[in-house]
Design a binder for this molecule. Structure first.
Ligand code: HEM
Length: 407
């Protein structure tokens, strides 16, 4: 991320101690991403932006789009608006462009195998973004942002991280916020709409979350977040299968002591251990003969069906570093999918074609979710009722349980 040696030294000191920078950071920010009013506010603000964008499409009559590009823009704006507030630096299209120029090179910059001049343009974009975030910080614009970003900033300030380093660390925060949420939303829309029986079943389920009443002489449709998160079995199972099928998280740990694994492999203290989720997610022993098939109903609970082994599913990683952003990402993606189901038909090939699943061979290993190698042309056509006013209610929203640890 281009942070200084001084800042790296602060982070590296006491890396595994409870009192170190990183552990205290997770403890400080976690409550604002878990269940409760702070999470509902974040999700609510993101949904306000997404709903306004869908309203725009309805007003225009329909929309032809490149699906990944469309979802990438919508989620980037909704997520960063909800986190950074009214002065969101990503609202400047030059900064959005800088992010798209910098983001694909993160894996190469992390590996540090090639000289930096090979990434001249990406590093320029990275520095541009860091500068924009520095100004956001200097002008105290985070005070108008989410509870999460306020607490995030207080933590960095309390550890004496310099203003220029804080700007760089915002790039890391951006990565956590959007890098995986965007491809996950893409696969979710792809798998929900590419199989007509799944589309139909999911639509029936999400319809149960809608209540219609009249407000100021107009029809208002309210979608209940709790119903979407808890009572839509096909939608939820499809979401989990997206993680099993496309999830490629590499959990990374540093061995804190020498350990002999299965009496065969000596893992020496200080060495780095990487655990790719693809191993668990593609184990025939766990998932059965159809492990290489996308089965939207795989995770539906049936009486008598044995529970999953906790380490079989690593969509959001696991253990002490289980992703703290999972509730936010889950809520945003499920509610967005529900809104699209309720208001649109999504047709492939700009309206005439077939759904063809893109390959994922070029996926960056820095991410926890496969990324499509090519985009898909789609058409969004408003359904009857799309013109009504739509909103989400988070009353008693609760938490969706998606990782094995949560089950
Ligand atoms: C679909 C979206 C997301 C996916 C697939 C995802 C996945 C992951 C994975 C696999 C890990 C590593 C877990 C491990 O080491 O075992 C992780 C960690 C983390 N994620 Fe996410 N994430 C997502 C969204 C988010 C969001 C929205 C945030 C918001 C702040 C976030 C913040 C973090 C942080 C701070 C960590 C580090 C946790 C630690 O090391 O203690 N993630 N995520």
């Amino acid at each position: 991320m281009g942070v200084s040696k001084d800042a790296l030294a602060i982070i590296r000191e006491d890396m595994i101690a409870d009192t170190g920078f990183f552990h205290t950071f997770i403890k400080a920010t976690h409550p604002f991403l878990s269940s409760g009013p702070a999470l509902d506010r974040l999700s609510g603000d993101a949904m306000t932006v997404l709903t306004a964008s869908l309203d725009n499409i309805v007003d225009r009559g329909s929309k032809r789009a490149r699906m990944f590009e469309w979802i990438r823009h919508e989620f980037l704006m909704a997520t960063t608006d909800s986190v950074y507030g009214p002065h969101n630096p990503l609202r400047d299209s030059a900064n959005e462009e800088a992010w798209h120029n910098y983001h694909p090179t993160i894996m190469f910059l992390m590996l540090d195998l090639l000289p930096h001049w090979a990434f001249h343009s990406a590093i320029k974009s990275r520095n541009q973004l860091a500068k924009a975030f520095q100004n956001y910080h200097i002008n105290r614009q985070y005070t108008e942002g989410s509870d999460y970003i306020r607490r995030w900033t207080e933590h960095f300030v309390s550890w004496d991280i310099s203003v220029s380093d804080i700007g760089c660390f915002h790039n890391a925060a951006m990565f956590a916020l959007v890098a995986n949420t965007i491809p996950t939303a893409f696969w979710m829309i792809y798998h929900v709409f590419s199989d007509p029986t799944v589309t139909e079943d999911c639509r029936k389920e999400v319809l149960k979350a809608v209540s219609i009443n009249e407000e100021n002489g107009e029809e208002m449709c309210t979608v209940r977040a709790r119903t979407i998160k808890e009572h839509c079995p096909t939608l939820l199972s499809t979401f989990q299968e997206v993680f099993r099928f496309h999830g490629m998280a590499n959990s990374v740990r540093i061995a804190s002591e020498d350990h002999m694994l299965e009496g065969k492999y000596l893992i020496k203290k200080g060495s780095i251990v990487m655990m790719p989720a693809r191993v668990q997610h593609h184990s025939k022993e766990v998932w059965g003969e159809d492990v290489e098939v996308f089965n939207a109903r795989r995770f539906m609970r049936n009486p008598g069906k044995p529970r999953l082994h906790p380490v079989a599913f690593r969509g959001f990683g696991g253990g002490t570093t289980l992703c703290p952003g999972r509730h936010f990402a889950t809520t945003e993606i499920l509610l967005f999918t529900a809104m699209v189901l309720l208001r649109f038909d999504v047709l492939p090939g700009g309206g005439e074609g077939k759904w063809i699943m893109p390959a994922t061979k070029k996926s960056s290993q820095a991410e926890a979710m496969e990324q499509p190698d090519c985009d898909i042309d789609i058409e969004l056509r408003p359904r009857p009722g799309a013109k009504r006013n739509w909103r989400v209610s988070f009353e008693g929203a609760g938490e969706a349980a998606f990782v094995a640890e949560d089950l």
